[in-house]
Design a protein around this ligand. Structure first.
Ligand code: GLU
Length: 549
C-alpha cells in the first residue's frame, strides 16, 4: 500500500487536484505595487474593535495602492448560525463606508476567487490535504483526548516543551496498513501535518511591523484537518485561502505571531510565496492604574456596535483608530484637515510593535467634539437624524417637528473660526439644546441662577431689559451695548476693569447681569452665545420666558 492509497481511502470523494485549483484561481491581473488585503473575521455576531482595526488597515492599504480588499468569513470553528453574523460584519463595514471589492453575503458572491465563506471551501482544503497525504507530508492521527493529555503531563513532568512533535508524535510513523485498519474499524482521527523542521534552528522572518526576527523552525505535527467535520484548522485554511486568493498582505492580531513558523513551513511545502505580515498590537484600555486588554466580556467599548449606538460620528471613530494604526497620523491630519483618511499612506513601521496600543475613550471624545464642531448645520442635522431614527426616538421627534428650527439651533456658534465644541456625540445633542423647546423648557428643571438669586431683583432686571433695551433686530454689538447700558442704569459695573478695582461700588457686574438673562431664558448658567440663542428663540418666546419668572 502506498500513501496514494491512503489518500484515496481518506478522501475518495476528492477528484480535483491542487493544479486544478491553481488554474481556477490564477494570479490576479493588477498593476505593479497593488496590494491584495483581506478582512477575515470569524462570524461570532460581534465585531471586536481589534478586528475592526485590522479591517481598517487592510482597507487603507488596498486603497493606497489601488489594490483589492476582500472579506473572507472564517467560520471553520462555528457551530452557531453564521448568516446573521455575516450580516452584522457587513453592517459595521457599511456604516463606516467601507466597500470591499470581493465578498459573499447571502446568495450574493462578488469576485472570482470565492467562495468567500470557509465552510463552503471544504473540498478545496481537502484537495490540498489529500495532496499532502499522497506525498507523505500529512497523516491521520488517532490520538484520543486522554492520550494527548497524558503526553502533555509527561512532557511537563520532565520539563520538555509541550506539543506533538518529533519522538512525541506517536502516529507519525504508523504504517499505512495499520492506519487503514484503524480507519476501516471506524476509529476517529485528525489529519496532522508532517513537519520537517528543526526547533533548534532559527530562520529569518521579516515582520512588517517589527522588522527582522529570528524565529525557531516549526517542528510540530500540528492538526490541519479536524475529525468532527473534516474542516481545516486556521493554519491550513490560511495557507490555502491566502495562496489561492493571492493575498499580498496579511493584517492580523499579534497573537498569531507565534504561529508564523507553522505558516512559513506550510507555504514553503507548497512552494507558494509567503504574504507579507502585519501583526497589529493588542488593544488596551486604561483601568485605574493599569493598562489591560480590552475585554469582550467586561468592556462595552470592545464592540464596534457600541460606538454606533453611542452616537459617535463615524469619522471620529476612524480618526481615533488611525491614530493607533500609525503614530504620524495625527500630525498628518492636523496638516491636511480636509483630506480623507484614505489619502494617508499607511506605514507598518509606524505602528507600535510592543506593549499593545492604548485606546483612550477620552481621546475619542475630544476627536468627536472636533468632528462635530466642523460639521455644517446640514451635515449635523442629517447625521444626527439618521442616528436618532435608529437609536433615539425623542431626538427624532424633535428634529421632525421643525427641521429648520433644529438646524438654526445647531448653527449657534457654528461655521465660525472658533466653533462650539461642547457636543461629544449625537446622543449628547438633546442635553445641549432641550431648553430651546418650550415643552422641554417647561418641565420641572430648576433655574441655575448663580450670584443674583433674589427673585425680585431677577424680575426687575428682566423687565427693565425687555421694556427698554431689547430689540429683535439689533446686531451683536448693539445688543451688548444695551446690556452694558442696562448695567449702568441698575448699578452694576459695565466695565470689568472698573469693577475689579472697586467692587464695593457696584451691586455686581455685567457678567452677573448676562447670567440672569441667560438663566431666565435657558435655565442654564452655561450655554453657547446668549445673543445667538436669543436670535433663534425670537421675541415671542423671550417675552414669554421673562414673564414666567
Ligand atoms: N479569523 C482570524 C481571526 O479572527 C483571522 C486572522 C487573520 O486575519 O488571518 O483572528
Amino acid at each position: 500500500m502506498t500513501n496514494k492509497d491512503l489518500a484515496n481511502i481518506i478522501f475518495p470523494h476528492i477528484t480535483k487536484t491542487i493544479a486544478d485549483y491553481e488554474k481556477m484561481y490564477p494570479k490576479r491581473n493588477l498593476e505593479e505595487g497593488a496590494c491584495v488585503t483581506r478582512f477575515a473575521p470569524s462570524p461570532t455576531g460581534f465585531v471586536h474593535i481589534g478586528n475592526f482595526l485590522s479591517c481598517l488597515i487592510d482597507y487603507v492599504i488596498a486603497k493606497n495602492t489601488n489594490g483589492i480588499f476582500y472579506v473572507r468569513n472564517e467560520d471553520t470553528d462555528q457551530k452557531r448560525e453564521v448568516e446573521n453574523a455575516i450580516q452584522i460584519i457587513h453592517d459595521v463595514m457599511s456604516f463606516y463606508d467601507m466597500k470591499p471589492n470581493e465578498y459573499q453575503k447571502g446568495d450574493t458572491v462578488v469576485g472570482k476567487y470565492g467562495p468567500y465563506i470557509q465552510s463552503e471551501r471544504k473540498e478545496i482544503y481537502q484537495a490540498f490535504i489529500k495532496h499532502l497525504v499522497e506525498i507523505g507530508r500529512a497523516y491521520p492521527c488517532f490520538a484520543t483526548k486522554e492520550e494527548l493529555e497524558e503526553l502533555r503531563s509527561a512532557q511537563e513532568k520532565i520539563k520538555a516543551r509541550t506539543g506533538y512533535y518529533g519522538r512525541y508524535a506517536r502516529y507519525r510513523n504508523l504504517s499505512i496498513e495499520e492506519a487503514v485498519k484503524k480507519i476501516e474499524a471506524g476509529e476517529k482521527y485528525v489529519i496532522r501535518f508532517k513537519s520537517m523542521g528543526d526547533f533548534e534552528k532559527k530562520f529569518k522572518f521579516m515582520d512588517e511591523v517589527r522588522g527582522l526576527l529570528y524565529l525557531p523552525e516549526n517542528d510540530e505535527d500540528f492538526v490541519i484537518m479536524k475529525s468532527e467535520d473534516g474542516l481545516p484548522t486556521y493554519h491550513f485554511a490560511h495557507l490555502v485561502d491566502d495562496a489561492l486568493m493571492h493575498t499580498t498582505h496579511v493584517v492580523r492580531g499579534e497573537e498569531w505571531l507565534s504561529s508564523v513558523p507553522k505558516h512559513v513551513e506550510l507555504f514553503a511545502t507548497f512552494d507558494y510565496p509567503l504574504p507579507k505580515y502585519i501583526h497589529i498590537p493588542l488593544i488596551l484600555k486604561q483601568d485605574g492604574d493599569i493598562k489591560r486588554k480590552i475585554s469582550k466580556r467586561k468592556d462595552p467599548e470592545a464592540s464596534m456596535q457600541y460606538y454606533e449606538e453611542a452616537g459617535y460620528p463615524k469619522e471620529a471613530v476612524i480618526e481615533s483608530l488611525m491614530t493607533i494604526a500609525n503614530s504620524n497620523y495625527e500630525q498628518w491630519h492636523t496638516e491636511y484637515p480636509e483630506k480623507n483618511y484614505l489619502d494617508f499612506i499607511f506605514d507598518p513601521k509606524k505602528m507600535s510593535a510592543t506593549g499593545g496600543a492604548l485606546y483612550d475613550i477620552e481621546k475619542l471624545n475630544n476627536i468627536s467634539k472636533n468632528v462635530i464642531a466642523k460639521m455644517t448645520k446640514e451635515e449635523l442635522k442629517e447625521a444626527s437624524y439618521e442616528w436618532a431614527c435608529k437609536y433615539n426616538s425623542d431626538l427624532k421627534e424633535i428634529i421632525e417637528r421643525d427641521p429648520k428650527y433644529y438646524m438654526s439651533i445647531l448653527n449657534i456658534e457654528r461655521e465660525s473660526t472658533k466653533p462650539r465644541k461642547d457636543i461629544t456625540t449625537y446622543a449628547d445633542i438633546l442635553n445641549h439644546i432641550w431648553y430651546m423647546y418650550d415643552d422641554l423648557f417647561l418641565k420641572e428643571v430648576p433655574y441655575e441662577f448663580m450670584k443674583i438669586t433674589d427673585k425680585a431683583e431677577i424680575k426687575h432686571i428682566a423687565s427693565i431689559y425687555i421694556e427698554k433695551y431689547y430689540h429683535p433686530s439689533d446686531n451683536q454689538d448693539e445688543w451688548f451695548g444695551k446690556i452694558k447700558t442696562l448695567c449702568d442704569e441698575l448699578g452694576y459695573a459695565s466695565n470689568m476693569k472698573e469693577y475689579k478695582q472697586n467692587p464695593e461700588k457696584f451691586k455686581g457686574n455685567v457678567a452677573d447681569i448676562s447670567t440672569v438673562l441667560r438663566v431666565a431664558l435657558t435655565k442654564r448658567a452655561q450655554t453657547p452665545d446668549l445673543y445667538e440663542i436669543m436670535q433663534v428663540l425670537g421675541e415671542k418666546k423671550i417675552k414669554e420666558r421673562f414673564a414666567r419668572l
